[in-house]
Design a protein around this ligand. Structure first.
Ligand code: GAR
Length: 191
């Protein structure tokens, strides 16, 4: 039997994308296993991972002399768990080049905009301010440039005139929960 792809999930907050992915695994919709969940904050995501009995690691950047030391510790944890694909799920830090080089083409991210539009922080707010009629989300490979790697999947939502940052974010998040699993399937070679 071919072994399931081992995921390492990194996040900083709420963890709804992690939860959607994990639920899809449990439901048999994604042939993968969560090898470890790592957070730079004592986050909701980490609490959930603990609840599910998954390997979970909290690393406080302040405990490390430099950003590089912090990143290299994460790399160590990921390697120790034999992670094959790193899934950034609301991880709000920029990865160092050394981190990215440690896992070539094995790091993916989800961003709540139709990249290349609205990179960086508050993309939903940026979309509303720009007055676009369509917004959405993107799963892409992580490269050295922020929110710029090759795109795996995108999904659109309509922007209505009454949309607020909150309502638009909620519509986009619903799509995020669907496409992230699809993207992992694509990367892991599943049909
Ligand atoms: C998601 O909307 C994700 O796309 C975004 O953070 C949120 C995390 O929510 N990520 C970024 O903005 C990264 N640039 P979650 O913790 O509930 O998955």
């Amino acid at each position: 039997m071919v072994s399931k792809i081992k995921l390492g999930v990194l996040g900083s907050g709420r963890g709804s994308n992690f939860l959607a992915i994990y639920n899809n695994i449990l439901a048999g919709r994604l042939d993968a296993e969560v090898a470890v969940v790592i957070s730079d904050k004592p986050s909701k995501m980490l609490e959930k991972a603990k609840e599910f009995g998954l390997e979970n690691v909290y690393l406080n950047p302040k405990d490390f002399p430099s950003k590089l030391d912090f990143d290299l510790e994460i790399v160590k944890v990921l390697k120790a768990h034999q992670v094959e694909l790193i899934v950034l799920a609301g991880y709000m830090r920029i990865l160092s080049e050394q981190f990215i080089n440690s896992f070539p083409n094995k790091i993916i991210n989800i961003h709540p905009s139709l990249l290349p539009a609205f990179k960086g922080l508050h993309p939903q707010r940026q979309a509303l301010e720009a007055g676009v009629k369509e917004a959405g989300c993107t799963v892409h490979f992580v490269t050295f440039e922020l929110d710029s790697g090759p795109i795996l999947l995108q999904e659109k939502v309509n922007v209505d005139e009454h949309d607020t940052e909150e309502s638009l974010s909620a519509k986009i998040l619903e799509k995020e929960h669907i496409i992230y699993t699809k993207a992992i399937r694509m990367v892991s070679g599943e049909k």
